[in-house]
Design a binder for this molecule. Sequence first.
Ligand SMILES: [Zn+2]
Length: 117
Amino acid sequence: MKSKQRVRDDVLERKCHRCGEWLWIEEFVKSKQCAGGRRPVCKACRCEQKREWRLAKIDLYKATERGRRKRLYWSNPERSRRIGRISRAKYLTKSRARGLPRHNERDEFGRFRKVAA
Ligand SMILES: [Zn+2]
């Protein structure tokens, strides 16, 4: 049976699906869905893969959602800022009413704490 993993010199290794190298298991990102509990490509390859995907999709992003939002903002910056202020204020009132902590309200241990409504 062809295996993706092997033990050599007491070191658990895994074969990278992309560069084909046998690397120490810690060079692979953990993933519960993947065979062996790790991603099939090593960390270095994954970085490269992501960069390639980004470059391939950058024009797509520009033409679609991201571009749309930027165009919307710059078509009327003052209006967009005003809407932002209003929705932030609304969010604050709502979260206050539900007793949720504000992003800047942490206790002495740096944890978020509930504030009295
Ligand atoms: Zn690799």
